[in-house]
Ligand binder design. Structure first.
Ligand code: CDP
Ligand code: CDP
Length: 226
């Protein structure tokens, strides 16, 4: 069985998780959504009314939290201390504050440790912001996925409409810009293209087209290694 590691990084709503999940399915690899882990900690901190600026309290909270990504019939579920929080971690309240939690050095160190431990004998596709640069610096395939902010906001807008949520395109654009700005400019492991990553602009590509391109890159990499 292949033990290849695939790192997918990029800004908000570039299509990372949708594509990563499909690539993992096609290759029978495990998929690790690292953003869900930062979201889960943010959700827990809000529940416990812990200040999101309080680094040591957040680090403490993370160390005490049993945070799991579990495969189920309904896809990957996110569990915090045995509770399924998969829906709660996608609320605007969490989305718009997660980058504050994710900027703290000690929180990131603990997260990176946990993420590295998820790589075992099976191949893995992991998506996030610092996978190619910090979590899996030796990944065989590194993709940096981008798309214009207009396209990314449109995608989120469509997603909200499909779910029956009210949504404002201009506001979405603003929120995405703000989160990208925080993620790109933090001191510890900011969102950055790894030197050896392949940039993939998905602005005018469908999900399947992006998946196919990554599978091609994986095949070529395997051939080179043989
Ligand atoms: O899917 P979406 O682009 O909305 O975000 P996500 O992947 O769920 O990540 C949520 C937030 O977690 C990001 O905006 C980052 O602040 C943080 N994150 C991070 O700092 N490092 C990662 N490896 C993954 C996520
Ligand atoms: O994980 P990330 O935040 O990068 O993005 P995502 O949640 O996977 O994708 C955001 C939205 O864009 C989803 O509704 C996808 O179905 C959609 N999408 C798309 O329309 N075309 C693509 N090439 C990739 C994603």
């Amino acid at each position: 069985m292949s033990t290849m590691t695939i790192a997918i990084d990029g800004p908000a709503a570039a299509g990372k998780s949708t594509v990563a999940k499909k690539v993992a399915e096609k290759l029978s690899f495990i998929y690790v959504d690292t953003g869900a882990m930062y979201r889960a900690l943010t959700w827990k901190a809000l529940q416990e009314k812990i200040s999101l600026e309080d680094e040591s309290a957040l680090e403490q909270l993370l160390k005490q939290s049993d945070l799991k990504l579990v495969q189920s019939d309904q896809g990957q579920r996110v569990m915090v201390n045995g509770r399924d929080v998969s829906d709660e971690i996608r609320t605007n309240e969490v989305t718009n504050q997660v980058s504050i939690v994710a900027k703290h050095k000690h929180v990131r160190e603990e997260m990176v440790n946990r993420q590295q431990q998820l790589v075992k004998e099976q191949g893995v596709v992991m998506d996030g912001r610092d996978i190619g640069t910090h979590v899996l610096p030796n990944a065989e395939v590194k993709i940096f996925m981008i798309a214009s902010v207009e396209e990314r906001a449109e995608r989120r807008y469509k997603e909200n409409v499909e779910k029956g949520f009210s949504s404002d395109l201009e506001q979405l654009k603003e929120e995405i810009r703000k989160r990208d700005d925080l993620d790109s400019n933090r001191e510890t492991s900011p969102l950055l293209k790894a030197e050896d990553a392949i940039e993939l602009d998905t602005t005018s590509l469908s999900i399947d087209e992006v998946v196919d391109r990554i599978i091609d890159i994986v095949k070529k990499t395997e051939e080179q290694e043989d």
